[in-house]
Design a protein around this ligand. Structure first.
Ligand code: NAI
Ligand code: MG
Length: 491
């Protein structure tokens, strides 16, 4: 051995394979000092503004408009005018041309959007570049394809657009959620007023420039920024025909109460507490990758995150050992570094919520594991965390943490796994890891979840409908199903 070692040392083989930083340049993005509200194809000056920051170091990025109810009213009026003045009666093939253009421009400008998304939201550039941007463009391409085929999508039902859609989106996938909402709405002939989340408005504001490039008629898409008050004004506006909301269950319930009896259409995509279930015949190394992707992707700020891991007792020890070892290799840090696996927590408020729930897990008696990890001094950060010894009654097994925190529970039989997995007020997604196809089907039929992944997790495709059961909401986005909330039918 000594003979073999010697020449290796002479050619200087490194002993320590640490990563050199590989920062993505932010020069490609030009951020304005101040943004207005995008109404009727023009920039409206807001009376009040707030500052949006970069969560990685709290650097102020721009002044953003806090739209008032009157501003929201102007946006809805602009959307109504655009709807009546031609958009709703345009042939589907013409609407499709705009959507195809938007999709292509997003592809062309994807690096610019990815950098801005990571800067303003904190997610790793690797993810915004390889997931958010390609998927956002794919949604526009996909729904462009349906725009002139609605009669074939819904044979004998005579589909018509609904009117003006009010859309409220969260901060975890800012541009992707915008695409999920705007693409099907426009494909069906509706016009839109969209409100981005208050912490992540910048890619939606940059998207207005894509609309200009695509020469979309003014008023077809309007973007109003602001916090929950702006969202509430949009929900309450009488001239909005449909509300699409993605966010917390708490706000979703409030919106449902407000709209009860108004006849407005509503879709809600809310929280989750997904079960990721690993059977003893699963390929363990693949399962570990799936578990990591399931909960540490996008810092765990994912409504369908696999936040409850159910492990069959016979493989509990080897699986947890592999998982903990894998956690040590996750690189936490600058979202703009191409090597980063886990970026910054989106906001101080979200970081507080994660800390509070993690403290409750320790207090209630779970065992905490966090790999050694040096966090940057400024900004919002949380170390990827695994809790073992978790009882179903603990808050960390019941409440959505929306952070990089996994709760591990165990089971013995498929029936027990199923019962525990379904023991939640939510029902958005689930994962199954096993070699047996029959077991996958048996479980998938019985899991009360809108999406069930088998031997994979967090896979998205525009052709596949997404949405929840129970307190995870109702209505589907994506696929053919995703057209329906934006249509009414003569039946
Ligand atoms: P939130 O539900 O308050 O915010 C989501 C969107 O709704 C934002 O655009 C916000 O401005 C808007 N909004 C807030 N109050 C509103 C109201 N009364 N009427 C209309 N729109 C309103 O979520 P928040 O406070 O950012 O996060 C709290 C928790 O919610 C998170 O910790 C997480 O557990 C969950 N959440 C779930 C998401 C999902 O994708 N299902 C996304 C974001 C948060
Ligand atoms: Mg809130």
């Amino acid at each position: 051995m000594a003979e073999l070692d010697k020449p290796q040392r002479e050619v200087g083989v490194p002993r320590d394979w640490t990563y050199a930083s590989a920062p993505e340049s932010r020069d490609i993005v030009q951020i304005r000092e101040r943004y207005g509200l995008f109404v009727g194809g023009k920039w409206l000056e807001p009376a009040e503004t707030y500052e949006t920051i970069a969560p990685r170091d709290e650097e102020p990025l721009a002044a953003i408009g806090q739209a008032s109810p009157a501003d929201v009213g102007s946006a809805v009026a602009a959307a109504r005018t655009a709807y009546a003045d031609g958009w709703s009666s345009l042939p589907g093939s013409e609407r499709a041309k705009y959507l195809f253009r938007i999709a292509r421009i997003l592809q062309e400008r994807s690096r610019e959007f990815a950098v801005l998304e990571s800067l303003n939201g904190g997610k790793p550039i690797k993810e915004s570049r390889d997931v958010d941007l390609p998927l956002a463009a794919a949604h526009f391409f996909y729904y462009a394809g349906w725009a002139d085929k609605l009669e074939y999508a819904f044979p004998n039902r005579r589909p018509h657009p609904v009117g003006v859609a009010g859309q409220i989106i969260p901060w975890n996938f800012p541009l992707l959620m915008l695409a999920w909402k705007i693409a099907p709405a426009l494909a069906c002939g509706n016009t839109v007023v969209l409100k981005p989340a208050e912490t992540t408005p910048l890619t939606a504001l940059l998207f207005c420039d894509v609309l200009r490039q695509a020469e979309l008629p003014g008023g077809v898409v309007n973007i109003v920024t602001g916090d929950g008050r702006t969202g509430a004004a949009l929900v309450e506006n009488e001239d909005v025909d449909k509300i699409a909301f993605t966010g917390s269950t708490e706000v979703g319930k409030e919106i449902q109460r407000r709209l009860a009896g108004t006849g407005k259409k509503l879709t809600l995509e809310l929280g989750g507490k997904a079960a990721n279930i690993v059977f003893d015949d699963a390929a363990l190394d693949q399962a570990v990758e799936g578990i990591v992707n399931g909960i540490y992707f996008n810092q765990g700020h994912v409504c369908c995150a696999g936040s409850r891991l159910f492990v069959q007792e016979s493989i509990y020890e080897p699986l947890v050992a592999k998982l903990e070892r894998r956690l040590e290799t996750l690189r936490v840090g600058d979202p703009l570094d191409k090597n980063t696996d886990v970026g910054a927590i989106n906001s101080a408020a979200q970081l507080d919520k994660i800390r509070e729930l993690v403290a409750s897990g320790v207090y209630e008696g779970a065992e905490i594991y966090q790999p050694p990890c040096v966090l940057p001094e400024k900004g919002y950060w949380f170390v990827p965390t695994v809790f073992t010894n978790v009882a179903q009654s603990y808050r960390i097994a019941q409440e959505e943490i929306f952070g990089p925190v996994l709760s591990v529970l165990t089971f013995r039989t498929p029936e027990e796994a199923l019962e525990k997995a379904n023991n939640t007020p939510y029902g958005l997604s689930a994962g199954i890891w096993t070699e047996k196809g029959s077991r996958i089907l048996w479980m998938a039929q019985r899991l009360r979840a809108g999406v069930v992944w088998a031997n994979t997790f967090n896979r998205f495709d525009p052709t596949s409908p997404f949405g929840g059961y129970k307190e995870s909401g109702f209505g589907r986005e994506g696929g053919l199903h995703g057209l329906e909330p934006y249509l009414r039918f003569d039946e």
